[in-house]
Design a protein around this ligand. Structure first.
Ligand code: G16
Length: 543
């Protein structure tokens, strides 16, 4: 076995964002770019000699090449074993589960999630720690610091390993175990949900359409919904993972999953429609004739989780990211359990889950999950919904409308301005920040500001502080605007505007969302004149 020490020069842009390092493929293909980052990850960790690393990705373009690089660099750095998904495939929640189940030291997940894939599109690398969750900021900052001064990486002088045949192989002193990417995950789902009740539902005429968007959940969904639960063939669509996701954005929202949405709003709609994203951690839930916002979905799942075996003893607490609506807060209040508000990024839930302070977590960006893994989990959310439907035997619409009646409705929408000029976007946020102190008491139409701040998170477990996590403007009556820059885009900047109004009166629960939020949307334009800064007069995506 020959370990080569290759001299390299640092890149200055390897700062992990909201969820790992995401860049265009051609950037990752620059000389030593991926190698530098992988070595920087290993250089920032201690105590992994002889230990196990989990490795897999969402199958996008460049996945296979980077899998081979990781295998050889990990072997040269002294890992004892790598568990890699067959074909280099692992969904993000499945990778999280494997790290936990096999007590691995950590994992590398190759994905740019919901971003498009292909030779000119996006790629990403994310490191997860031994609890199965994304590395906390302390580690991502150390990786970035290392990447700025790295001058060598270690790599084994060996040919490529066959990652398509299941079984053990050796690479230098390291074992490479190629595993079935689906089996462990599907088995865990059977421990959380009542598969007999789900089978009875899916074979009783109840109809399901799951859109895997040509991304990683295809094989998982086929196995679980059709093979194990007996849903009719064709219930899972677009199930073959493609390196370019068929040329689409594998983002399960109303824009990129429009086909599913249109079907669910049509006369031929099945009872339940769902989709997941590139790496299988996001979910989209649509009932016949009704889209369930991710914020509402979190609240409804939390309110009903006790009906499902894995959660029958109740929840310890609920956590949501700050921009997510307050719908779940009222569920936590009614249940008399803790409610935690964290910055955007699943990594912030890890400590709360490890400390058993929260059981269910969710984000407005289509992420929901629980303490079963340390990532959000798209198929888990779909199964939880289905299990609740199997017990309650009501339609999605009846469950959602009933929930609003009990708890009130949070009208909610997010307006995204994608790929705007980064300098202009940063100027907008900086100047907005400077205006905050003078905002309370000012009015925009009938809306009066009660409080305005820049969200800072004080982690109740490790007491770390994360500042500048989004500008919040609160109005009398409980409405709210949030402005922040995305940490997952790969070109220019994306400005996100989150708009929320709480409506307690059931007589006013049937309005169109954008109409119900019209005065807040107007106020947002006055507060943050995005057009003046960026030239964009309307959002590119509204969810
Ligand atoms: C990632 C993070 C999520 C976050 C989302 C959007 O999701 O894991 O926690 O809510 O990005 O982040 P941003 O608003 O900064 O773009 P994913 O599915 O892309 O891994």
């Amino acid at each position: 076995m020959t370990v080569l020490t290759i001299a390299t020069k640092p890149y200055d842009d390897q700062k992990p964002g909201t969820s790992g390092l995401r860049k265009k493929v051609p950037e990752f293909q620059q000389p030593n770019y991926a190698e530098n980052f992988i070595q920087s990850v290993f250089d920032s960790l201690e105590g992994f000699k002889g230990k196990t690393l989990v490795l897999g990705g969402d199958g996008r373009y460049y996945n296979r090449e980077v899998i081979q690089k990781v295998l050889k660099i990990a072997a040269a750095n002294g890992f004892g074993k790598i568990m890699v998904g067959q074909g280099g495939i692992l969904s993000t929640p499945a990778a999280s589960h494997l790290i936990r189940k096999y007590k691995a030291f950590g994992g590398l997940i190759l994905s740019a999630s919901h971003n498009p894939g292909g030779p000119k599109e996006d790629f990403g690398i994310k490191y997860n720690i031994g609890n199965g969750g994304p590395a906390p900021e302390k580690i991502t900052e150390a990786i970035f610091a290392r990447s700025k001064i790295i001058d060598r990486y270690l790599i084994l002088d060996e040919g490529d390993i066959d990652i398509d045949a299941i079984g053990n192989k050796t690479l230098g002193d390291m074992i490479v175990e190629v595993i079935d990417p689906v089996a462990d995950y599907a088995e865990m789902m059977e421990t959380l949900f009542d598969f007999d009740a789900l089978r009875a539902l899916l074979q009783s005429g109840f109809t399901l359409r799951f859109d895997a968007m040509h991304a990683v959940t295809g094989p998982y969904a086929k196995e679980i919904f059709e093979r194990r639960l007996g849903a009719p063939d064709g219930s899972v669509i677009n199930f073959v993972p493609l390196t370019d996701f068929g040329g689409h954005h594998p983002d399960p929202n109303l824009v990129y999953a429009k086909g599913l949405y249109d079907l669910m709003m049509s006369a031929d709609a099945p009872d339940f429609g769902a989709a997941s994203d590139g790496d299988g951690d996001r979910n989209l839930i649509i009932g016949r004739g009704i889209f369930v916002t991710p914020s509402d979905s979190l609240a409804i799942l939390a309110a009903n989780a006790h009906l499902v075996p894995g959660y029958s003893s109740g929840l310890k607490g609920i956590a949501r990211s700050m921009p997510t609506s307050g719908a779940a807060d009222r569920v936590a209040e009614k249940l008399g359990i803790g409610m935690y508000e964290t910055p955007t990024g699943w990594k912030f839930f890890g400590n709360l889950l490890d400390a058993d302070m929260a059981t269910i977590c969710g984000e407005e960006s289509s992420g929901t999950g629980s303490n079963h893994v340390r990532e959000k989990d798209g198929l888990w959310a779909v199964l939880l919904w289905l299990n609740i439907l199997a017990v309650r035997r009501e339609s999605v619409r009846d469950i959602v409308v009933g929930h609003w009646k009990t708890y009130g409705r949070n009208y909610y929408s997010r307006h995204d301005y994608e790929e705007v000029d980064a300098a202009a976007a940063n100027r907008l946020i900086t100047e907005l920040r400077e205006k905050l102190a003078n905002m309370p008491g000012t009015s925009f139409g009938d809306l009066t500001v009660t409080k305005a701040d820049d969200f800072a998170y004080h982690d109740p477990v490790d007491h770390s502080v994360s500042k500048h996590q989004g500008i919040r403007i609160f109005f009398e009556g409980g409405s709210r605007l949030v402005f922040r820059l995305s940490g997952t885009g790969t070109s220019g900047a994306t400005i996100r505007v989150y708009i929320e109004r709480f409506e307690p009166d059931p007589a006013r629960h049937g309005l169109d969302t954008q109409a119900a939020l019209a005065d807040l949307i107007r106020a947002s334009h006055e507060i943050a004149p995005i057009e003046a800064y960026t030239g964009r007069d309307k959002p590119s995506v509204i969810t």
